[in-house]
Design a protein around this ligand. Structure first.
Ligand code: MN
Length: 251
């Protein structure tokens, strides 16, 4: 089984190192193609206005001077012209990717890019209160989540979003398959300042967000100490709204 690993925290991120160790237990044909620099919050963006470069960082390890989507795209077109990967795993992100935050996430978007290409894709994120905290839950539970996911046929154009709670591995209660939740819309802090040339700037800060712990959501599962597993699809259509909207145009 050929596995491609990527992320949005960059080729030197500790979470990628953790993922490489886990992937080595699943396959002897593991490749890495990740952004050269951190791309958290890059979402599904694609670099169009400048070239990107592919740099070799060891055996079957590459960095791309672009976004997570660039990394997957370039890997599929350039590295795997002969034999495509059977699975793409993105992560392990330093920080959770839950609820509607997933649309900002480069970690999730890398998996989306693979799903669009018809390749089974899994995004892994470790909830952590502060940067540099432990990947303990992911280290203890990733293989238990990944093996059944690999053995289960994945629906087309579907990716799996996995979030590990911010707990020691032996404190994690289990695995729950849940739906995506929604945050209340509070986008953390906005810092205002003045740059050295006297111009005002604004800087978005991330803070603990308020959210509604609806039953059966990824938010609730992680808050309860479980690994949250959520199948995501790329069809964003609100199917239930189609009828009413069409009626508004019928005359
Ligand atoms: Mn990240």
């Amino acid at each position: 089984m050929r596995i491609l690993l990527t992320n949005d925290d960059g080729i030197h991120a500790p979470g990628l190192e953790v993922l490489e160790a886990i992937a080595a237990r699943l396959s002897d044909d593991v490749w890495v193609c990740a952004p050269a620099e951190e791309q958290s919050g890059a979402g599904h963006s694609l670099t169009l206005h400048q070239p990107v470069r592919l740099r070799e960082h060891g055996h079957q390890r590459f960095a791309v001077t672009g976004t997570p989507t660039d990394a997957v795209n370039l890997a599929l077109r350039k590295l795997f012209a002969d034999k495509r990967p059977d699975l793409v795993i993105s992560g392990i992100n330093a920080g959770e990717n839950l609820a509607d935050d997933i649309t900002y996430s480069g970690t999730i978007s890398a998996a989306m890019e693979a799903a669009l290409a018809g390749i089974p894709a899994i995004a892994l994120s470790q909830a952590m209160r502060e940067r540099g905290a432990s990947f303990g839950a992911a280290q203890g539970w990733a293989e238990k989540v990944l093996r059944p996911l690999i053995d289960t046929p994945m629906a087309r154009r579907t990716l799996i979003n996995v979030n590990f709670p911010d707990l020691a591995s032996d404190a994690v209660k289990g695995i729950r398959v849940v739906r995506q939740g929604f945050h209340d819309y509070k986008r953390g802090s906005l810092v205002e300042g003045t740059d050295p040339r006297g111009r005002k700037y604004y800087w978005f800060g991330l803070e603990e967000m308020e959210h509604t712990l609806d039953h059966g959501t990824d938010l609730e599962a992680v808050a309860d100490g479980y690994v949250a597993v959520t199948p995501l699809q790329l069809d964003l259509t609100n199917h239930a709204a189609i009828g009413a909207l069409a009626e508004g145009f019928a005359s």
